[in-house]
Design a protein around this ligand. Structure first.
Ligand SMILES: [Cu+2]
Length: 119
């Protein structure tokens, strides 16, 4: 009877311990950052999400159409917020305090360039 009790306790402990250790692993290897961009329309959203998906270590990219804030989840070892901001400026958009690369910006379709109304 005692053995059964111990076994049940062990099973219960294992059930709680496993998800806990998995989430800790996730927290240590990945980082999520939010960066304000100068995106204007849905094309900008697709362009930024599509290009950033190919940056090193990036696992998830989502640009909020309302706020133009892009949320990026990436492997800490492979990338950094500063590098990702730089990557956004090279696509042609502002990233927080970093201004867009002028040449990249000028290559964007006219409707996607800064100063246009969101559409
Ligand atoms: Cu656009």
């Amino acid at each position: 009877m005692n053995t059964l009790k111990i076994m049940l306790t062990a099973i219960l402990l294992a059930a709680f311990a496993i998800p806990e250790s998995l989430s800790q692993e996730k927290n240590s290897k990945f980082e999520t950052v939010e960066i304000q961009t100068s995106a204007i329309c849905g094309m900008c959203k697709d362009r930024i999400e599509g290009d950033l998906a190919f940056e090193r270590g990036v696992r998830k990219v989502e640009l909020d159409s309302e706020t133009k804030i892009v949320t990026i989840e990436f492997r800490k070892k492979s990338n950094s917020k500063e590098k990702l901001k730089k990557a956004i400026t090279k696509i042609g958009y502002d990233a927080d305090d970093m201004p867009a690369d002028q040449k990249a910006h000028d290559r964007l379709p006219a409707c996607c360039q800064k100063g246009n109304e969101p559409h």
